[in-house]
Write a protein that binds this ligand. Sequence first.
Ligand code: PSU
Ligand code: MN
Length: 305
Amino acid sequence: MDLEKYVVFSAEAGSARQNGRPLVALESTIISHGMPYPENVRTALAVEDVVRAGGAVPATIAILDGKINIGLARAQIDDLGRKGQGALKVSRRDLPAALAKRTTGATTVAGTMIAAQLAGIEVFATGGIGGAHRGAQASFDISADLSELARTSVAVVCAGVKAILDIGLTLELLETLGVPVLTYGADEFPAFYARGSGFRAECRCDTPAEIALALRAKWDLGLAGGAVIANPVPAEFEADPKLINDAIALALAEAAKLGVTGKRITPYLLEKIAHVTGGRSLETNIALIKNNAALAAAIACALRR
Ligand code: PSU
Ligand code: MN
């Protein structure tokens, strides 16, 4: 395959790739659909700086002008942030037509993993992954992020799974799909806004080096697919559980009443929660993404050793 036909690198990401420097992929749906403007742009730029401070090179990924862009300029990030939900949310199934139609697209966890693998990037930092929605037993609403984790060899550093999802069901599916779930420095799998979810961390890792060794072992053995690196939000940034749970209940009820489904449901719930909590959820969200970017940089560096 002619990579250049579909993929373009920013100067920073391209030179990092040529010089064998550690790269960290960053998604763009979190910018367009995950946070309001201008906090989204400010956060995306700050997260890139956290990766740089950690000794790695950031590559924010999006679909622009008919190409998968690995690494974005400030102006491109600002543009995506202003477009917000006007940008197309691009998961695996959306990628081909987004390229053909030259649609401005923001990549989800699944979409970003595909792009990162094409670009030779092994580590990716985000906030939270998609998963099985509550009621997925009947609705079949299970994010394509999970099947992507099963097939695409990129480690995704996240703060666990939001309680808008069915966390237990999501963990069961990850097990079925053979996706390693490594929890960093904690005995409980994290629930995004909170350090704990009530679900035991089946595998705890205490150093980036240990995580890098596990990833290398997986890929050396030819076990294709990604891994979830679950990184609990620092305690000082945890959100008040009652505030969050009430907001989630309200958002879910509202979504059901309005009949919001499909790719619109996750952005709808995130926006509603941010609104109902008066921005408190957003503060936690921003803090945990930075925390994930720092861990991702450390893992990317350890993988190069
Ligand atoms: N969860 C969050 N914040 C997000 C998303 C999920 O806490 O921004 C975004 C990610 O891009 C994720 C996508 O890949 O939503 C999942 O959407 P869906 O459930 O439609 O697959
Ligand atoms: Mn879905």
